[in-house]
Design a protein around this ligand. Sequence first.
Ligand code: ADP
Ligand code: MG
Length: 767
Amino acid sequence: PVNRSPEMQAERLKLPILSEEQVIMEAVAEHPIVIVCGETGSGKTTQVPQFLYEAGYSSDNSIIGVTEPRRVAAVAMSQRVAKEMNLSQRVVSYQIRYEGNVTEETRIKFMTDGVLLKEIQKDFLLLKYKVVILDEAHERSVYTDILIGLLSRIVTLRAKRHLPLKLLIMSATLRVEDFTQNPRLFATPPPVIKVESRQFPVTVHFNKRTPLEDYSGECFRKVCKIHRMLPAGGILVFLTGQAEVHALCRRLRRAFPHPRPRPPEKEDQKDSVEEVRKFKKSRARVKKAQAVALPQISLDSYSVLPAGEGDEDRAAEMDDEEAALGSDLDLDLGDDRDDGADGGEQPDASLPLHVLPLYSLLAPEKQAQVFKPPPEGTRLCVVATNVAETSLTIPGIKYVVDCGKVKKRHYDRVTGVSSFRVTWVSQASADQRAGRAGRTEPGHCYRLYSSAVFGDFEQFPPPEITRRPVEDLILQMKALNIEKVINFPFPTPPSVESLIAAEELLIALGALQAPRKAERVKQLQTSRLSCPITELGKTMATFPVAPRYAKMLALSRQHGCLPYAITIVAAMTVRELFEELDRPAASEEELAKLKGRRARVAQMKRIWAGQGASLKLGDLMVLLGAVGACEFAGCSPQFCEANGLRYKAMMEVRRLRGQLTTAVNAVCPEAGLFVDPKMQPPSESQVTYLRQIVTAGLGDHLARRVQSEDLLDDKWRNAYKTPLLDDPVFIHPSSVLFRELPEFVVYQEIVETTKMYMKGISTVEAQ
Ligand code: ADP
Ligand code: MG
């Protein structure tokens, strides 16, 4: 029996899904798989787990599992449901990539989809669950798609064992044909229950003209107008990224100020130079062992997993929003920083506006602010990225301002080169956004583009699995003994090219058995790819990082390289450790400050990269030095601030190092690894080994400097040539090897901005 507070009960009763409880529960009782569709905000995520709980689906110590594609939602929803049910978070819990509060008592568990995929590797039948809910299936995240395919099989296997597992798929927009009209996935189409939403009408207003560039400015003007002229009701603005969100928040706060509680003043910044000096000193002590000849790492000596052992949870999930950080122009500058970018607008304190940002990377306490009623006499205005589109429902929104854009990482299918692009959303997304205005009363949606432009939008956003490389996914599937990936019941299959590219890479890394040549030709001709996984591949699959990096870890047991390889891999996985300082400055003063910081960061990078042998490890040596120095200084926010490091990223590196250390210990317990905050820098010969290890992992990311005799065209000046690209690629100016221009390099990734730039570079010895 659930003991809810009367207020909570009253609030629940307003949700449209409450009247469907019986229908849903009957369908679940009668069918192994049920699809529930309903408008965002109708109560699917918060209520369906409660229905199941009350119907006894968590009896006998089993768990009701709920997956979310976004970490934000997994955390927020577990808290909300615990509160509604008047239960502790020991019972209604969450698990995301590095953290969670699951206990023995947990009965409802919210988790990211990557976490559940990892659990399937440990226990294919998912025996601790009686029911699994795949939430937000319309988002079509790669992991949710795979889970749908896997669970369709697991449900059958569990039925054979007379231990039935129920699967619920919940989705917002009604694009369920990919699931229902897909006989390979579900031989009998599962029933679809549509929740009628008590959605109030939303009047959609299109702009006559579509602004070409400045949609942020257009958002600002629209919010001002709404706030000055229209009746009470919250405003929700959709922008594309963190930087824009903060900029608009600042602008709006300046235009409609009201007294806000100030955060406590920061402590005086400690001089971190001293800390760095200490680190350098300890490093000098180690430098004694000099290698005589070029040491060699054996590429055939790698660690493999002792039979039958698994590792910690894994989730390779990363929001585009997070991944896009490096391309964002401003990073979390603090909410109250004033950049004076738009003088001339008279502040109007008679109309206070309660402005709040909302995006994935925002600290959970700050995210939770949007659910609270705004202070007396103020109007709520939430400036959000895509997260507010479906996963979170903000109460009291009457006006939506939609810029119509979304920022996504785009991958070139052949070369893997990525770029961040701001593109138009789909019609389905735009309608979702509009729907946010009609939750509590009739609302209005202002689209900052014309109806003609809307008419040209794609109907639905393409599923993620069709948009990005899939080697990580293929490795995970092979580790589940799914050999013929092509036969897997994907809701939407990835392209054959990307499947082939993934297999080729995994074969090159030694994770899959290379078929004989003739056999491979036949496979490629018929698209029947079926290379089995190797022992090395199984080990690699247990490391929660991309296959290229996993290979590095597997090779690093030699010569005491593991702690360094773990640190480098963690830093490369988290990416963008350094603050973005190449942003435009709003004033002379800010420009001077930025310049100072840039110089400081460049200097620190040079120090961390060192000279001679260590410099050859290039940017990866910088990562090692940065993490080493930061941990040596206790990873304080002050140290990060002083050295241009992102504090959040450094904390994430710390957690990932811990997680990787555990995973590596499971593979080679004799290594007895632990995370050492006072890690000594690698010796010169270790640096050489590390370069070989890095080259083994990034072998397909090799570039050679264009020789001067080939320099026919000026566009090839200082350029590099890679096997896959016809066009020149360049060393990114932020690299410590920017001026060194070594002949051979390997790179972490190529990102296209004004040019194609290689990032995360290490040198390779010419053989
Ligand atoms: P759906 O999953 O169908 O989109 P939800 O179950 O997420 O719907 O939300 C149902 C209702 O619960 C929403 O109308 C929202 O206002 C309310 N709600 C959700 N989370 C919170 C929260 N943290 N605080 C207050 N209200 C919330
Ligand atoms: Mg939901």
